[in-house]
Ligand binder design. Structure first.
Ligand code: ADP
Ligand code: ASP
Ligand code: MG
Length: 459
């Protein structure tokens, strides 16, 4: 079976190249986990236990944001502002490098690395700025963090190999992971290093179908970890971050949220897609298709239990709430032919042609309402829809998603959810699409109130 380029048959398990008796693990560390010299030193201790593994690193926290800002300044032709931001970032890295290493040798190596990568940044900043250049700028963060960390391992005498992600991570023309290629190339890259059991690689970055440097979108290091885990049939994929697992509500908004010990792949995928920032929106799928457990762990509290995500569902209950901002609702009205065969197909074809996914959908006798989060082609979509129906567009909305395992036969879930939300005006409701999700659409200004109300009412 093939789904999204990922073959699901078989779970043979690639042996760790360095240890023929064990399968490898993937350990991904996010920005805060490599965010300072101190954190990087703590990481060496955490990973140096002899278990065969590939360590996937994000850029140091703040770096990708800074690179995005530099790219924005370059698009706006504000070269001086871009140069200032780049100089500030370089200074920050020089300070990290100065603090990170005990000896001269590693320090000098880091100095050469910074000179080369920031030189590259200055070259990219010269002349007309393009999308291709932007993607090369964005790749610098992960290239820097992995090299700096690798020098630290070398200095400490920890045997490791720096694997270049650009040699094996690739997306196809639909921007989906090219699993056949990744599997073959990751395998051959690993095979170049027989006897080794500790590999470091960059999250987030990849090549696209044209062979250019590209990325897996913001938060994409999680996706690198699960794609790579699926490709090598890892024993387990660990996502290490700054919180002790998936919480039952957004901890940035609601106080007193709690970690969830176990989630099914389906539940975790819904939460990730609908805004739980701890996971990249689509990173669960590769692990799910190969049935590889995903564990969410806290680098600041390695002993905490975290969240284990597997194919098992822990029974009927409401597990968590998440919210996804930046949603646009499109109401399509046609008295003429809503119930006619082919109407919805005509509508969906337009979204398909503009590669714009639909998140929520509801229908009535005379109208269809649906939501999108990508407005890039909104004007063109609306113009085409207007060819055969009336269209209303409404922005500034948020999807609030209640996730758990609830089947339609179990009574009471809807009542509990809507009782909790009784003071919140609801724009759309989606219930019954899956056994794991009840979603409502509200104005973004009401998100906080809705999340608090659900927390009080459900947990
Ligand atoms: P990393 O840089 O390690 O990838 P992220 O910032 O991407 O870390 O993800 C971790 C953050 O996700 C947490 O600090 C937390 O603020 C946020 N978050 C949002 N929703 C949730 C949730 N339901 N459970 C846990 N964390 C969440
Ligand atoms: N560095 C990238 C970002 O900030 C990828 C990641 O951290 O997962 O989005
Ligand atoms: Mg992240």
């Amino acid at each position: 079976m093939k789904k999204n380029g990922i073959r699901t048959a078989g779970n043979r398990g690639t042996r760790g190249p360095g240890d023929s008796s064990k399968r490898m693990k993937i350990l991904k560390f996010g920005g805060t986990s490599v965010g300072s010299a101190e954190r990087m030193r703590a990481l060496v201790k955490l990973i140096n236990d002899g278990v065969p593994k590939i360590v996937v690193l994000s850029a140091m926290s703040g770096t990708t944001n800074a690179l995005v800002e530099i790219a924005e300044a370059l698009y706006a032709k504000e070269k001086d502002r871009a140069a200032g931001l780049a100089a500030a970032l370089e200074k920050k890295y020089a300070a990290v490098a100065a603090e990170l290493y005990a000896g001269k040798k590693a320090g000098e190596k880091a100095g050469r690395l910074l000179a080369s990568r920031f030189g590259q940044l200055r070259t990219l900043a010269a002349g007309k700025f393009t999308g291709k250049k932007e993607r090369e700028v964005l790749a610098l963060g992960e290239l820097l963090s992995t090299a700096l960390f690798h020098y630290l391992l070398e200095e400490k005498g920890v045997d490791s190999v720096l694997l270049p992600a650009l040699e094996f991570m690739r997306i196809d023309k639909n921007e989906e992971p090219d699993m056949g290629y990744i599997e073959a190339k990751a395998g051959s890259e690993l095979a170049k290093h027989p006897g080794k059991s500790l590999f470091i690689t960059q999250g987030y970055i990849c090549r696209n179908a044209a062979g250019e440097t590209d990325n897996l979108k913001r938060g994409g290091s999680d996706y690198t970890a699960t794609i790579l885990g699926a490709a090598i049939r890892a024993e387990e994929i660990q996502i290490w971050t700054d919180i002790d697992g998936m919480h039952n509500n957004d901890p940035r908004v609601v106080e007193g949220t709690r970690p969830i010990a176990e989630l099914s792949f389906d539940e975790a995928a819904e939460l990730a897609y609908f805004g739980a920032k701890i996971l990249h929106p689509t990173c669960i799928l590769p692990a799910q298709l190969r049935n590889i457990p995903v564990r969410l762990l806290n680098t600041m509290k390695p002993e905490a239990r975290g969240t284990l995500i597997t194919g098992k569902s822990a029974g009927d209950q409401i597990k968590a709430v998440a919210a996804k901002d930046g949603i646009t609702a499109i109401k399509i009205k046609s008295g003429r032919m809503l119930l006619a065969y082919g109407f919805l197909r005509a509508v969906f074809e337009i979204f398909e042609r503009y590669k714009t996914p639909i998140d929520m959908i509801t229908t009535s006798e005379v109208a269809v309402s649906l939501t999108i989060d990508n407005r890039a082609n909104l004007d063109a979509i609306v113009a085409e829809l207007k060819g055969f129906c009336r269209v209303e567009v409404d922005g500034g909305l948020t999807i609030i998603c209640v996730v758990g395992s609830f089947t339609a036969e179990k009574e009471g879930y809807a009542l509990r959810i809507f009782e909790a939300l009784k003071a919140i005006p609801i724009r759309m409701i989606s219930y019954g699409g899956s056994e794991n999700n009840v979603s409502v659409l509200v104005e973004t200004g009401l998100k906080r109130k809705a999340l608090l109300a659900l927390h009080k009412g459900l947990f």
